[in-house]
Design a protein around this ligand. Structure first.
Ligand SMILES: [Zn+2]
Length: 209
């Protein structure tokens, strides 16, 4: 899932040296531009490793994981790095073409979490509609209705049971990621008008030769 927030790396360098102020501000501005360009390059490189619509893997149902081995740990580490670099808030294994029931997300300040064989328990009757993006759907953003609260159960990559009680954005993110593991995308969950608009945006542009 794509990030809803703008990352604003404000320069906190506060200068008070009279006539040099202007130069320092220019320096700070140039450095900020450089850092933004660098983050954008990193984001693009990460996105190039994430399957993009209409890649068939995005429509496939992932399989339950039965082997909790080193390969799974490596996959999860790679997914966490890609999610971070792509400035997303969640990433499912199917988005890398790996048909396994695994996703990563970042529910709080304690860092990224991986959930294997996730199950959504008791999604609340109370629902909320909000805009969602997706790392596999480029610039598309569409309104999607989700349960406001949900309990997520599954395993961590070591095979230990995990359980998260989630609400708001976190609940939204895990519902989005579990959808990925079933081959379901936000364009399937939105209303007809927004789906039509999104498909127009996603239509491959003609190549001029
Ligand atoms: Zn997504």
């Amino acid at each position: 899932m794509a990030d809803e927030h703008t990352h604003d790396h404000d320069d906190e360098h506060d200068d008070d040296h009279g006539e040099h102020d202007h130069d320092h501000e220019d320096d700070a501005e140039a450095r900020k531009e450089f850092e933004e360009a660098q983050a954008e390059a990193i984001r693009r490189r990460a996105l190039s490793q994430i399957r993009q619509y209409p890649d068939v893997a995005l429509r496939m149902k992932a399989h339950e994981v039965s082997d909790f081995n080193g390969e799974l740990v490596q996959l999860v580490e790679r997914m966490q790095i890609l999610m971070h670099d792509a400035q997303g808030v969640g990433l499912a294994a199917t988005q890398l073409g790996m048909l396994r029931r695994v996703f990563v997300f970042e529910p709080d300040e304690t860092g990224a979490k991986a959930v294997v064989n996730p199950r959504l328990i008791d999604p609340s009757e109370e629902k909320e509609t909000d805009e969602e993006g997706c790392l596999s759907l480029r610039e598309v953003r569409v309104p999607v209705e989700r349960s406001l609260r949900v309990t997520l159960e599954g395993k961590d990559p070591a095979g230990e049971d995990v359980r998260y009680e989630l609400e708001g954005l976190d609940a939204r993110v895990v519902q989005h990621e579990v959808d990925h593991l079933d081959g379901v995308l936000i364009i399937d969950r939105t209303d007809a008008e927004h789906r039509k608009q999104a498909l127009g945006t996603l239509r491959p542009q003609p190549v001029l030769r």
